[in-house]
Ligand binder design. Structure first.
Ligand code: ATP
Ligand code: MN
Length: 484
């Protein structure tokens, strides 16, 4: 058996009393031919390995270079030096993998996040990305735990779908037809997708919601957690072409139940990370504070990362209607001084992210749930509110806006009334025949139901304080970029 190692995170929790252990990991630094800082990715903290002078040959010592992989066995003793409670006194050192330190791109100094994106295959070996991706893992685990505790069924919705019925974004086409112009054509010159692999035109999913509703109207409560794809050409710090989304869908839920669940859910996973990843979050908080020192005072966050997360846990999200939000924005000094790039034209306009951020960061200074949006700017499946003023029809939609990120959740109560749903689809030119299976849920025991989508990377951004979404997913897919 080879794997008789102890993880460094677990080792550092022990009391040093001469016990013999084996560790394996990658060299961070090697000082004075005497002290190796070894890291194995279980924590940002390294184990200090002490190499007795004269105990090992020069040939071996020369191979202990930055990022070389080592297997070290020895005894754990209280450290004589400052900064660590224990040393591992090496009795045997085996180089599992050499590393040419001259060519290794990560030097023991500070690298910019932009540079690290270019070497994303190695960036996990830095403290920042070690912390980010351990927190990402913890959040993913907490998500499953939350829904499992509530009796939700984890549903795997398809990645390849036949319609972009939702209209959530531009899709990536999936095809096996040749792209050199020789694909079979219809009489009118358009491509004949009957000849394609699936016998129809298909694309990568932009959302699992419609299929999720099929699950909810059988199991009661389901959630999805999988990749989604949007060919949106927006080069922002919060859009990816491939991102992960969590989409719970609940039968017997109205919009308020939906908001309650979303708020409870977000708090639960933040709390989980706070309790289980304290060390990583403290590291990231310090990193953020250092980064913000370079910004002018008015651009810095009022709260540190940990304080921000604690604040979110301890305060209710502000809930207000779209109509109320428009009134606040219209009346704001910011608007009167014409400081918005996009003018507040009035009821019916789609809010831009600068407007959302003003509400969250300047006006309320806490997460905000906006609900009851104009029907005209929202998707066909959202429930039409009764008793609206003519020309001011709204739907039971809700968005959750988070400080520093903007929209983090989009959701709604779904239109469960077949006649209302089909007349809206007709008005929006959505072909009912293609969605026959979706409409069947409204034909056979329809129920009030609701759901939402949480963008996983935006959540990871919020919890880790990373400002660019490219730094919270292992290998980001964005316009003109699909390396690794
Ligand atoms: P935005 O207005 O920010 O583009 P959206 O209205 O397109 O968001 P939805 O269609 O409601 O978003 O998707 C649900 C959630 O998925 C969003 O609240 C957000 O957290 C996340 N999301 C949407 N598009 C992206 C993307 N391109 N990259 C990463 N996350 C995304
Ligand atoms: Mn979008």
């Amino acid at each position: 058996m080879f794997n008789n190692r102890i993880k460094i995170k677990d080792l550092l929790l022990q009391e040093p009393q001469g016990q013999q252990v084996t560790v394996m990991g990658w060299v961070r630094t090697f000082r004075n031919n005497q002290f190796i800082a070894l890291n194995d990715g279980s924590t940002n903290n390294n184990i200090q390995i002490v190499v007795e002078l004269g105990q090992f040959g020069d040939d071996l010592l020369k191979r202990i270079t930055t990022s070389a992989a080592l297997k070290v066995t020895g005894n754990v003793e209280p450290s004589l030096g400052k900064g660590q409670k224990m040393d591992l006194k090496a009795s045997s050192i085996e180089v599992l993998g050499d590393s040419d330190a001259e060519k290794y791109p990560l030097q023991p100094k500070k690298h910019s996040l932009e540079f690290l994106r270019e070497i994303a295959h190695l960036r996990f070996r830095t403290n920042t990305f070690g912390s980010v991706f351990r927190v990402r893992h913890a959040l993913a685990f907490a998500i499953h735990q939350f829904f499992n505790e509530k009796g939700f069924v984890y549903m795997h919705t398809p990645i390849i779908t036949a319609s972009d019925a939702e209209g959530a974004g531009e899709t990536f086409r999936v095809t096996t037809l040749p792209i050199d112009g020789s694909a079979p054509k219809n009489d009118d010159g358009s491509i004949n997708f009957k000849e394609d692999f699936f016998g129809r035109s298909t694309n990568l999913t932009v959302s699992g919601q419609l299929e999720g509703e099929l699950g909810a109207t059988a199991f009661g409560d389901i959630y999805t957690f999988g990749p989604t794809f949007r060919a949106e050409n927006s080069n922002t710090a919060r859009h990816l072409a491939e991102f992960w989304m969590i989409e719970p869908e609940m039968a017997f839920y109205d919009l308020e139940d939906n908001m309650n669940l979303a708020e409870e859910f977000i708090k639960y996973i933040i709390k989980y990370a706070m309790e289980n990843n304290r060390e990583d979050l403290e590291f990231l908080a310090q990193r953020l504070a250092d980064e913000e020192k370079q910004l002018p005072q008015d651009k810095r966050s009022e709260l540190g990362l940990i304080e921000k997360l604690e604040f979110v846990l301890n305060n209710g999200f502000e809930r207000l209607t779209y109509t109320e939000a428009i009134a606040i924005l219209k009346d704001s000094n910011h608007n009167k001084k014409k400081k918005f790039q996009y003018e507040i034209t009035g009821w019916g306009m789609d809010l831009q992210s600068e407007h959302e951020r003003y509400l969250v960061e300047k006006h309320f200074k806490k997460p905000v749930i906006l609900y009851n949006y104009p029907a005209a700017i929202k998707a066909f499946y959202m429930r039409q509110n009764d008793g609206c003023e003519a020309g001011k029809e709204t739907v039971a939609a809700m968005d959750i806006l988070a400080p520093g990120i903007g929209e983090i959740v989009g959701g709604s109560q779904r239109e469960e009334r077949l006649d209302k749903l089909t007349s809206r689809m007709e008005a929006m030119n959505i072909p009912a025949d293609e969605l026959w299976w979706y409409l069947d849920t409204r034909r056979f025991g329809t129920v009030p139901h609701a759901g939402f989508g949480l963008g996983f990377e935006r959540m990871v951004q919020f919890v880790t304080g990373m400002t660019n979404i490219r730094d919270v997913i292992a290998f980001p897919r964005t316009p003109k970029s699909a390396e690794f």
